[in-house]
Design a protein around this ligand. Structure first.
Ligand code: XLS
Ligand code: MG
Length: 344
């Protein structure tokens, strides 16, 4: 089947199985091993956190960061793999305990911005103009501890400094409504696109949709896709799945709700996603129970499910659906979708 889609995952998607209640269940794999597997399972690109690209980044000089970025760029080129984006990991450091760009401490806010500038330099060095901001600690545990109005200004100021640092960089905000925060400041695509308008160059601020995050916000990820695409602002995508309102599960794509996954693929198709080089990334994690020898199955399976649902989206009888819609016979439209997905 001919299609425009290219696939991507990040090194963190080959994770070791730790959760808040228990240690890893698989030994850590090297970055080179992960890179080596990528092509073998039909993927084209890798996404990075800044410290996936340059480990222990905070301990390194600018010259060292540049050197390691150049070396990584060469390894990626040798392997025929593109870097899709780089995201500043602003949730590990002691400097981001109380938030990064919205910390109450100006020294910590400065750290977050300096680190984001470095992240942009790494992205440029790896040949991508895309920075992803998952604003993990920008929100509140305790509403009275922060001034949410001021935090909007701080977020805009931080993004403005990133845009000023590199005239070509594009920033895709990855909203998530909660976890680790109780309540995040930018929980939905609507929030991401609204804050883009307050920045110095709204054209360079867009969005990334993660299926699980939209579900956690009580939204349908397919509608979030259509909404972002209506603004020409869906610049990346983290497909995965989520079974209801609980911790972020990062399940394989389609694993909890095949119909929701089908509708995401339909939304991508009708918006021509991928035709300007946007990638389909799977932000999925192996189950904790996964054995070492099955370590890549969640990535392979997510891609397989995507392609199977693409075939389903393309073979959906649109003409028949149209007749049912015109007759307001949504009852049979519902059953038609179910039978199409069940293959009967
Ligand atoms: C976490 C996010 C994270 C981002 C990249 O919930 O999905 O993995 O995609 O920083
Ligand atoms: Mg994600």
């Amino acid at each position: 089947m001919k299609h425009p889609y290219k696939f991507c995952f990040g090194p963190w998607n080959i994770s070791e199985g730790q959760d808040p209640y228990g240690p890893p269940t698989r030994p850590a794999q090297s970055f080179d091993w992960k890179l080596g597997q990528l092509k073998k399972i039909g993927y084209d690109a890798m996404m990075f956190h800044d410290d996936d690209a340059v480990p222990n980044i905070d301990e390194k000089s600018d010259a060292q960061v540049r050197k390691e970025t150049r070396e990584l760029k060469q390894r990626l080129a040798d392997a025929g793999i593109a870097a899709e984006m780089v995201a500043p990991r602003l949730w590990f450091s002691p400097m981001t305990i109380d938030g990064a760009y919205t910390s109450n401490d100006p020294k910590c806010r400065r750290y977050a911005i300096d680190r984001s500038r470095r992240c942009i330099d790494i992205a440029r060095g790896l040949g991508t103009d895309l920075i992803v901001l998952w604003l993990a600690r920008e929100g509140s545990y305790l509403r009275e501890s922060k001034n949410a109005r001021k935090c909007v200004d701080l977020l805009v100021a931080a993004i403005d400094q990133m845009l000023a640092h590199d005239r070509k960089v594009r920033i895709a905000i990855e909203p998530k409504p909660n976890e680790p925060m109780d309540v995040a400041y930018l929980p939905t695509i609507g929030h991401a696109l609204a804050i883009a308008q307050l920045t110095r160059d709204p054209k360079r601020v867009g969005a990334l949709i993660e299926s699980a995050h939209a579900i956690l916000a009580g939204l349908d990820p397919a509608d979030e896709i259509d909404f972002a695409c209506a603004f020409g602002k869906l610049w990346s995508l983290h497909l995965n799945d989520q079974n209801g309102l609980k911790f972020d599960q990062d399940k394989p794509f389609g694993s909890a709700n095949l119909r929701t996954a089908f509708n995401q693929v339909r939304a991508l198709e009708r918006n021509g996603y991928g035709r300007k080089g946007e990638l389909v990334c799977f932000d999925v994690h192996p189950f904790r129970t996964t054995k070492v020898e099955h370590w890549l199955r969640h990535l392979d399976n997510s891609r397989r499910t995507f392609l199977a649902l693409l075939a389903k989206a393309r073979s959906f009888d649109e003409a028949k659906a149209k007749v049912l819609i015109a007759d307001r016979n949504y009852q049979d439209l519902d059953q038609m979708v179910l039978e199409h997905l069940m293959g009967i």
